[in-house]
Design a protein. Structure first.
Lengths: 113, 113
């Protein structure tokens, strides 16, 4: 089964509001990454947080990581219509075949004017 | 800088035909990944290479799928014979290290009739 499960599956907010997405995973990780995917395009890396970090910021993005609960959250502050996209968490973890990045199911964010 | 380049962007073919997807990674990246994205299964890792050598192919669905990386700037994913259930978007990604952010191409949307 997939490593990451995201919540909610879909989120609709007004421009200017904050958006919070959550991710849960199952096994030990090296790091956790968040990606954005616009319709018809490839995934774009947003932010990486290591397993020994608890919080990280990048512009309007804030990511938290709780390894005891095996969960992470992505907060987008002051959202814009251009933030409309799908957001995926991905866990980097060791497997029998080496390291692997396993993606969650994604959250579809819609920011309305 | 050029990103990851995939071709073709769209492919429509009949069941039983051979399909070849192509990828040019970012220059200097030692890792190349092939993913498949569907609504039902999300984003799945099929195979990844390090310095042109396949490291983990546990995600390759069956023997109809094969991937090669003859040199550092080119990789192919081949399906022979193709089946309707292979219809999906196939992404190629590359990275400098296995646990670092991955850079994705815009994918090949494959439809098998």
């Amino acid at each position: 089964s997939q490593q990451g499960e995201e919540d909610p599956q879909a989120l609709s907010i007004q421009e200017g509001e904050n958006a919070t997405m959550n991710c849960s995973y199952k096994t030990s990780i090296n790091n956790l990454q968040w990606y954005r995917q616009n319709s018809g395009r490839g995934l774009v890396h947003l932010i990486l947080i290591r397993s020994n970090e608890r919080e990280k910021h990048s512009g309007r993005l804030r990511v938290t990581l709780d390894t005891s609960k095996k969960s992470s959250s992505l907060l987008i502050t002051a959202s814009r219509a251009a933030d409309t996209a799908s957001y995926f968490c991905a866990t980097n973890h060791r497997t029998g075949g080496g390291n692997k990045l396993t993606f969650g199911t994604g959250t579809q964010l819609k920011v309305e004017l | 800088d050029a990103g990851v380049i995939q071709s073709p962007r769209h492919e429509v073919t009949e069941m039983g035909q051979e399909v070849t997807l192509r990828c040019k990674p970012i220059s200097g990246h030692d890792y190349l990944f092939w993913y498949r994205q569907t609504m039902m299964r999300g984003l799945e890792l099929l195979i990844y290479f390090n310095n042109n050598v396949p490291i983990d192919d546990s995600g390759m669905p069956e023997d109809r799928f094969s991937a090669k990386m003859p040199n550092a700037s080119f990789s192919t994913l081949k399906i022979q014979p193709s089946e309707p259930r292979d219809s999906a978007v196939y992404f190629c990604a590359s990275s400098s290290q296995v646990n670092q952010p991955q850079h994705f191409g815009d994918g090949t949307r494959l439809s098998i009739l």
